[in-house]
Design a protein around this ligand. Sequence first.
Ligand SMILES: [Zn+2]
Length: 221
Amino acid sequence: MFRRPSLLFIAFQVFTLSASACPGQLGWAKYIWNEIEWTYSGSLNTTGIENGGADWNSYVGYRITINPSGFSEDIQISDDEGLPQDVLAQTQMFSQAYDSGCYLKYNDSNYYICLNASVAFYAAIQMHPSAITADAAAAGWTVDQDVEVTTSHEFGHVLDLDDDMGIGTCYSPTIMNYDDPYPSMCNFLGPQQCDVSEMLSAYSTWTVITWEPAECFGSCN
Ligand SMILES: [Zn+2]
């Protein structure tokens, strides 16, 4: 049986992988924009990336939206042909400690929230075009479709979802599966109900506000 190459996720924190029906939560910062904007500087057509965002928006657009932007640096997407051949993409999260300008200051909208190292600042996604192109050919997908499913998965990481290490997601579909059957067995390109419920659960007790460094004041301690 063919299996998708692993979709690797790298974060600057330690987390536990769990083989559950739904992906576990990373426990990453809960702060997100109500509008998350991405830019892409690489060689792939942006159609698949746009569709990956639209797939999420179709479910959770009332809470957050993921849209392209000509200038935003919320999610910075680029290419990296140096990734291992079986890795289609990877996501890195950067906290307020990464030179945000608001590190250890209060958020201006929620004054009780300290913008410390547990609060997201921006995300970076590296795409692996040659691996994605080869994966598309093996799966019988267009490159745009493979970019879409890859992007949907990586956006899930940005939204605090962990890889699901279970096998056979057709039985409990999730875009976060780490070892997903090809679409001839499991035909979806975007997040599933499982992913959406996990994402909404992750943010259920949090006000959705900006990650951005522009509005902050004072010193937390
Ligand atoms: Zn992953």
